[in-house]
Design a protein around this ligand. Structure first.
Ligand SMILES: [Zn+2]
Length: 271
């Protein structure tokens, strides 16, 4: 087999970079969160479909919101939708991971909101969110405006392990399974409705992004192995179209395909 010359390797590397840049750009459609996109997923679960998909679990006594949207303006839109849906006084907010579009709208939630976040995610947020916001501000004027005056909250509950939140007639299980898309990824499972809100761990029609050192194919696949036995009927991924339980297998197949191709390309050419 012919050994490629240095120039050809550099050309191939540039082409791969270009493909990744295009994929990243194609995934960057970032419309404002809109109340018009509210969708009832199951008896107790709703989603504001957009960037990102926001999960809302409504019980008789309390409401849980999963992720906030980018900046205060989007967070306020989420809150308007929540006010229309809520049946009880208690309001809980949690975030699936530290990235800007999932966390930076939290200041728009009222003072009585109970913010729940895993310890590992909070540490990661403290360390990495400022850089992440800086990258988002560079993407567009809209993002720059949205992220103008972000004031983060101090979590009311720092989760070490998992918790079951009783919302009245329905409960939500909040848990972490290890690093996948980020170090502090958290998932929410609404058992009564068999709905999984997996953050970015299970995505739909989206190229998987592994932004930091802890995110690996191996880790992500191991997390999917732990998610599979839940056998959710429906999945509300944070990005992409809502789907059924088969999204887990599709995500695994995509990661395995990518892993296989990457290993193949890494193999030294010989003979
Ligand atoms: Zn993310």
């Amino acid at each position: 087999m012919r050994i490629p010359r240095n120039g050809e390797v550099a050309g191939l590397a540039a082409a791969v970079c270009l493909i990744f840049a295009c994929v990243a750009r194609a995934q960057l459609a970032q419309p404002l969160v809109s109340e018009q996109t509210l969708k009832q997923v199951s008896e107790h679960v709703y989603a504001l479909v957009g960037f990102p998909n926001i999960g809302i679990v409504v019980g008789n006594r309390g409401t849980l919101v999963i992720d906030t949207g980018l900046g205060t303006r989007n967070g306020a839109t989420v809150m308007r939708a929540v006010e229309k849906l809520a049946k009880g006084q208690n309001l809980y907010l949690t975030t699936t991971h530290y990235h800007s579009e999932h966390t930076t709208g939290e200041q728009a939630f009222p003072p009585h909101t109970v913010l729940i976040r895993p310890v590992v995610q909070q540490e990661e947020l403290n360390q990495r969110l400022p850089q992440h916001m800086a990258r988002f501000r560079e993407m567009s004027q809209q993002n720059k405006d949205l992220l103008q005056d972000v004031k983060l909250r101090t979590p009311d509950i720092l989760l070490d392990g998992e918790m079951k939140l009783d919302l009245g007639g329905v409960s939500a299980r909040l848990f972490c399974l290890g690093a996948a898309h980020t170090k502090g990824d958290m998932l929410v499972f609404v058992e009564e409705d068999s709905v999984l809100i997996p953050g970015d761990i299970v995505q739909s029609k989206l190229f998987p992004i592994m932004p930091d050192g802890e995110a690996t194919m191996k880790g992500w696949l191991a997390v999917l192995d732990k998610v599979e036995p839940l056998k959710p009927r429906l999945i509300v991924p944070d990005h992409g179209e809502l789907g059924d339980g088969s999204l887990i297998a599709k995500q695994r197949a995509m990661l395995q395909e990518l892993q296989g191709r990457a290993l193949e390309l890494k193999k030294p050419e010989c003979c």
